[in-house]
Design a protein around this ligand. Structure first.
Ligand SMILES: [Zn+2]
Length: 141
C-alpha cells in the first residue's frame, strides 16, 4: 500500500492492525485488497443506517446515498461528509483510479469513479468493500 506520509488521528502499527482485524479484513483495509464482487455482506443491503470504518469506527457513509449500481460492491454517491475520506491517485493495474481511504485511520475502503451515467446527484460511484465497513442500523421505532 502506498505510503502517504500522513499522520492519522487513529494510528497503529502493522502488528496491532494484524491483531485487531481478521486476515480478510487486514488484507483489504491495510493492504488495499479488493473483496470478490457479489459476495460482500452489504452489496445489496437496503437497511437504513450509518456505515462506519471497520478498522477505527469513524462514520463514513449513510444508507441515504447508497444506490443500486449492480457492480457487485456496495455503492454510494457521496460520503457522509467530504472530510471523512481521503483520495489517493492509484495507478496500479495500469489504470488511473482514485483510491478512497478512511481519513481517520488511513485504511483502504475502495475506489471512486465518476461520469459513469448512473443518474445519481453527484454522478459519482464510491465503490466500497463491504468488509471495510460496519453497518449500524438506525432505530426503527
Ligand atoms: Zn478508519
Amino acid at each position: 500500500m502506498q505510503n502517504t506520509d500522513r499522520t492519522y488521528s487513529v494510528s497503529k502499527t502493522d502488528d496491532e492492525w494484524r491483531a485487531e482485524l481478521s486476515p480478510a479484513e487486514y488484507q483489504v483495509l491495510r493492504q488495499a485488497g479488493t473483496e470478490r464482487p457479489y459476495v460482500g455482506e452489504y452489496t445489496d443491503t437496503k437497511t437504513e443506517g450509518v456505515y462506519s470504518c471497520r478498522a477505527c469506527g469513524a462514520e463514513l457513509f449513510t444508507s441515504d446515498t447508497k444506490f443500486d449500481s449492480h457492480c457487485g460492491w456496495p455503492s454510494f454517491y457521496s460520503p457522509l461528509a467530504g472530510d471523512r475520506v481521503e483520495y489517493i491517485e492509484d495507478t496500479t493495474l495500469g489504470m488511473k483510479r482514485v483510491e478512497v481511504r478512511c481519513a481517520t485511520c488511513g485504511s483502504h475502503l475502495g475506489h471512486v469513479f465518476e461520469g459513469e451515467g448512473y443518474g445519481t446527484p453527484t454522478d459519482q460511484r464510491y465503490c466500497i468493500n463491504s468488509i471495510s465497513l460496519t453497518l449500524r442500523p438506525s432505530d426503527t421505532d
